[in-house]
Design a protein around this ligand. Structure first.
Ligand code: ME8
Length: 655
């Protein structure tokens, strides 16, 4: 049996899973199911990325030890994948000792081959991206996330990435499938052509990482650590059975990544592997982003949607279908509850679900629940032959699309068949045939043909909507499980006649759109509130007391000196400005109603007062993580920002 080793990125534990993470993992699960139907032994790896400065800082903010914090978030990922029934084989956590052993082994191999040396890094560093910023934006910000980097100076171990420029270019040339899709491949090639600098692969500025052998004050750079998970999760660095599993499975056949981390996977990763004399993965496939109001959905932007509210309302298969059908793999897609429910109702409830229930109701009514025998081939009409031809075309197109990660077009190919069967039933009118005893043979052929079309569509749908497809298969009275079917054997004309159908229950009940959307939004809000720090418990106070607060109450308000790094207007909101403000040990996004009093240019570089422990909230859909302090002046209520007459350090507290 040919093997197929497939990976998702391993997810950072500084954020709980949102729809973007669910997306990649669901895609990997669908590919796993598809490849298994094609006869592959599929091994699917996912996991969590638990080291690094960002995680250490998130843990500190939550008042937790990094390991306890990582345990909790890694647990949240594992629980969600279990709830969603995602069929992974390996879950690797970078804090496991087997992973630590693998990272050290990869490092030693690269060192032995002469690709590691000691040097000094002086320059800019972006903490959230854990990345040295060598090519800042014109405003001096990180090119990946747009946030202001910090100036650092560190003694590090360097990896001789520059030695791999020609080797990488030769590899891209020789293996056009190595980076997909094509457009991204071109970006990677031109990035490498423009020259590669050596890469610092250790850090001394924090301790939360894997210690570097022989350099006790250094820990590994989080990307050197994290990328190795694709090896450690299947036995690299192990002995005995673990090692032989690694020999059998590596190199990976397909590594799925979001486009923002393609450079790490298509440039650094193959260079590390080449240095250690390990074979390179066959394909790195970069997909696009789920956007919310045209911005990447991400925790730091505060614009996330979680999968729980969605799968609780449209079901797990409803969620899976939407994600694979709506996004063209490789491109960005805007998430909308409206589009989600519309897709669900039109494709799943109407086209497919109704077809199944109409068909089975007729088989029950006209043939006492037994799929009838079709008439002999010679009696077939053009309509019968057309359905068969569409089915054969759908089988081929579906497989071609899924082999090329074109899931939305693969599903369109199945819908061509679903629509053809619906059209066939409208044209042949079995309910009219049923009224005439002389047309019973024709009625039998029509229902058999429709059942065969539904069987094929259901089999093709299994990788995307596995639970629903298995239920339809049972309702059709077919034996065995779809999971054990072979797609290579799937062709027209195999529906076993005389099959007794199972009991009918709708697989995709229709949803009332407004109610479903409201329910999902409400669940999402509840989850957001549950994740936020608990609100202060209130109680009734007398009128006299209302004007007084204790010194302890005042001390609860944390105010700090912030410096505005960037500011921009919010489209469609005349009063609002979105600012990025540095408050010392972090930067915050803050929305304030000061656009009529200040231009963005007047604000950049200004020292201001920020209330930093205010519960985050969304203003016009944009997350605001703090409040800027201003006086309200005159009848118009013009805001005047509080600032300082002497120079004060960023981050200083006010009391
Ligand atoms: O980058 N749309 O982890 P991460 C689509 N730990 N996919 C999205 C998405 C969105 N809006 N947001 C996230 C890391 N993703 C590193 C990876 S691998 C050795 C280390 C998906 O938790 C997408 O696949 O930030 C992206 O690559 C991944 O989540 C990043 O998750």
């Amino acid at each position: 049996m040919p093997k197929f080793y497939l990976t998702t990125p391993i997810y950072y534990v500084n954020a709980r899973p949102h729809l973007g993470h669910t997306y990649t993992t669901i895609v990997a699960d669908s590919i796993t199911r598809y490849k298994r139907l094609r006869g592959y032994e599929v091994v699917f790896l996912t996991g969590t990325d638990e080291h690094g400065e960002t995680v250490a800082r998130s843990a500190r903010r939550a008042g937790r030890e990094p390991q306890a914090f990582a345990d909790e978030v890694a647990g949240a990922y594992q629980r969600l994948w279990k709830t969603l029934g995602l069929d992974y084989d390996h879950f690797i956590r970078t804090t496991e000792s087997r992973h630590e052993a693998a990272v050290k082994k990869l490092f030693q191999a690269a060192k032995k081959a002469g690709y590691i040396y000691k040097g000094k890094y002086q320059g800019l560093y972006c903490v959230p991206c854990e990345l040295y910023v060598t090519d800042p934006t014109p405003e001096g910000n990180c090119p990946t996330c747009g946030r202001p980097p910090e100036r650092v100076e560190e003694e590090n171990l360097f990896f001789k990435l520059s030695a791999f420029q020609d080797k990488l270019l030769a590899h891209y040339e020789k293996h056009p499938d190595f980076v997909q899709p094509e457009s991204r491949r071109n970006e990677v090639v031109s990035f490498v052509r423009s020259g590669l600098r050596d890469l610092s692969i250790t850090r001394t500025r924090f301790r939360w990482g894997i210690p570097v052998p022989g350099e006790e004050s250094h820990v590994f750079y989080v990307w050197f650590d994290a990328l190795t998970s694709y090896l450690s999760g299947i036995g690299y660095g192990a002995t005995g059975a673990g090692a032989s599993q690694f020999e059998r499975l590596w190199p990976a056949d397909l590594q799925l990544v979001g486009k923002e981390i393609l450079r790490f996977h298509a440039v650094y990763w193959p260079a590390f592997l080449m240095a250690a004399k390990l074979p390179l993965p066959k394909t790195i496939y970069a997909h696009g982003w789920w956007l919310m109001e045209l911005e990447k959905m991400s925790k730091s932007r505060g614009n996330i949607v979680r999968s729980e509210p969605i799968h609780r309302v449209v079901g797990i298969d409803g969620l899976r279908y939407y994600l694979l059908r709506e996004m063209v793999f490789g491109q960005d897609s805007n998430f909308s509850y409206d589009a989600l429910v519309t897709r669900y109702n039109s494709d799943l409830a109407n086209d497919f679900g109704n077809l199944v229930s109409r068909l089975l109701t007729m088989v029950e009514r006209y043939f006492k629940g037994e799929i009838p025998y079709p008439s002999a081939g010679a009696d077939r009409t053009a309509e019968d032959r057309e359905v068969a031809a569409v089915a054969e075309r759908s089988i081929t197109a579906f497989q071609q699309c899924f082999d090329g990660c074109d899931f939305s077009r693969g599903l369109e190919a199945v819908w061509a068949l679903v629509s053809a069967v619906n059209k066939y039933l409208v044209e042949t009118e079995p309910w009219v045939l049923a009224e005439d005893e002389a047309k019973r043979a024709r009625l039998a052929t029509v229902l058999w043909t429709a059942a065969e079309g539904v069987r094929i569509a259901t089999t093709l749908l299994y990788p995307v909507v596995p639970a629903a497809a298995e239920r339809v298969r049972q309702q059709l009275g077919l034996e065995g499980e779809l999971a054990a079917t072979s797609l290579d054997d799937l062709s027209w004309g195999q529906f076993p006649t005389g099959t007794r159908i199972g009991s009918l229950e709708p697989v995709f009940p229709r949803l009332e759109k407004d109610a479903a959307i409201q329910q999902m939004r409400q669940l999402e809000e509840e989850l957001t509130a549950a994740a936020a720090p608990p609100a202060r418990r209130g109680g009734a106070v007398s009128a006299d007391e209302q004007n007084w607060i204790s010194i302890d109450d005042f001390a609860k308000v944390e105010m700090r000196v912030g410096e505005v790094r960037s500011a921009e207007r919010i489209a469609g909101a005349t009063k609002l400005l979105k600012m990025v403000v540095d408050i010392g040990d972090e930067v915050r996004q803050i929305v304030a109603g000061i656009a009529e009093a200040y231009t963005p240019e007047q604000l950049v570089g200004k020292k201001v007062v920020i209330v930093t422990n205010l519960q985050p909230r969304k203003i016009r859909g944009v997350e605001s993580n703090g409040m800027i302090v201003a006086a309200t002046v005159g009848d118009s209520g013009r805001p005047v920002l509080a600032t300082f007459s002497e120079d004060v350090p960023v981050g200083a507290r006010l009391k």
